[in-house]
Write a protein that binds this ligand. Structure first.
Ligand code: NAD
Length: 365
């Protein structure tokens, strides 16, 4: 059974869907792995390393002409046209924003396993690429903030004077938010955090941060542990109650997302105006509109003396580790997708396992 690993082509995407370490394991399992030349270059994995791991180096068309194609980002229509009818695709399919990709996949009977659809259950944790990548995003968000901030994060007492610890506020305490809290704490900041899901309070405390408690009149807990969109009254109340807390922050890391919906506005222009000169907002929701309306996607801008960081693909800023985690997630998913029968690898029925059943993209999606 052939596995193809093409080079990612989305602008700025440095990750690769498999690494030499994982290729080695796949080859031992009996797969024949075809890696496009230069596929891992941007993530610092060389062609020689893939070859030493047992991969065959191929051109783009051959990497797509495999039984199973591994991708980080959804393939373009041109890339789909290079795939074999009935092949399997594994990667982020980004099904919220369809632009004809799904139709092109279904027209070729390609079975797409969308990693963002792997259920958030214990058994699937090792395959949860949303979490592995969000974790990196949360870490990197704090590093980007520290890079832009003209002051220390920790308390500093030196013979040349002392500096107070930075006050960091994290909004949205999912996987990225939790890692942002942990990273800011490690850097010595005073950390506060808020999420609309009440169960996050305990998690914030367990990391040594302080929860911001707001009474907005309703819970934002939705299905499957995700947040739901708040009513207009609750949104307004939330913005109003948060404002005073946010103005005190030196650093705001905002990670509030609602699946397939625009990001909620948590930081208004009025709050930005009231923040201290030189404060930094890292808006991890920049891709879906931003938690602050002043955020400019892909840009770092200064508005009212506050630096707003609007990068979008944080995992790609750490492409080596992001690719390593991503590749491992896929290898774990492959373990439940493929079985060895009499020395031959065969694809399992995707309907018989809760995880593959949920990840498989269907025409009605
Ligand atoms: P996400 O990226 O979808 O959203 C980030 C955070 O923003 C969430 O915590 C959400 O509650 C918060 N948010 C949304 N609207 C908000 C608002 N108006 N104000 C403040 N905060 C707001 O989240 P995620 O990291 O993908 O995690 C989603 C859920 O999945 C969480 O419950 C998480 O614990 C759970 N999870 C479970 C597992 C597992 O059990 N295997 C693994 C990972 C995540």
């Amino acid at each position: 059974m052939k596995i193809g690993v093409p080079k990612e082509t989305v602008t700025g995407e440095k990750r690769v869907a498999s690494t030499p370490d994982i290729v080695k394991k796949l080859v031992i399992k009996g797969f024949s792995v075809l890696v496009a030349r230069g596929a891992g270059e941007a993530a610092h994995f060389t062609d020689d390393e893939y070859q030493a791991a047992g991969a065959t180096l191929v051109d783009t068309a051959e990497a797509f002409a495999a039984d199973i194609v591994l991708k980080v980002r959804k393939p373009s229509l041109e890339e789909i046209s290079m795939m074999i009818d009935g092949a399997v695709l594994i990667g982020f399919i980004e099904i919220c924003e369809d632009d004809g990709t799904l139709k092109a996949l279904f027209d070729k009977n390609i079975r797409a396993m969308a990693l963002e659809r792997v259920p958030r259950i214990s058994r699937a944790q090792s395959m949860d690429a949303l979490s592995s990548q969000s974790n990196i995003a949360g870490y990197r968000a704090v590093i980007e903030a520290a890079n832009q901030f003209g002051r220390f994060f920790p308390l500093m007492m030196t013979s040349a004077g002392s500096a107070k610890p930075a006050r960091v506020v994290v909004l949205g305490v999912g996987v990225a938010g939790l890692q942002a809290i942990a990273t800011a704490k490690r850097l010595g900041a005073e950390v506060y955090a808020y999420d609309v899901r009440p169960e996050t309070r305990e998690q914030i405390l367990s990391l040594g941060a302080k929860p911001i408690d707001l009474d907005i009149g309703e819970s934002g807990a939705g299905e499957g542990g995700y947040a739901k969109e708040l009513s207009d009254e609750a949104k307004a109340r939330q913005q109003q109650l948060l404002a005073d807390e946010l103005c005190k922050a030196h650093i705001l890391i905002t990670t509030a997302l609602i699946p397939c919906r625009p990001a909620p506005v948590l930081v208004t222009e009025d709050v930005v105006k009231r923040m201290r000169e030189g404060s930094v907002i890292v808006d991890l929701a920049a891709e879906t509109g931003g938690n602050c309306p002043l955020t400019e996607k892909h840009q770092v801008v200064n508005k009212h003396g506050v630096i707003l960081v609007g990068h979008t693909n944080y995992p790609s800023r750490m492409p080596s580790d992001a690719s390593a985690f991503f590749a491992k997630n896929i290898a774990n998913l492959l373990d439940i997708m493929v079985t060895s029968q009499e020395g031959k690898l065969v694809l399992n029925d995707f309907e018989t396992d809760e995880i593959t059943q949920s990840a498989l993209v269907r025409p009605e999606a």
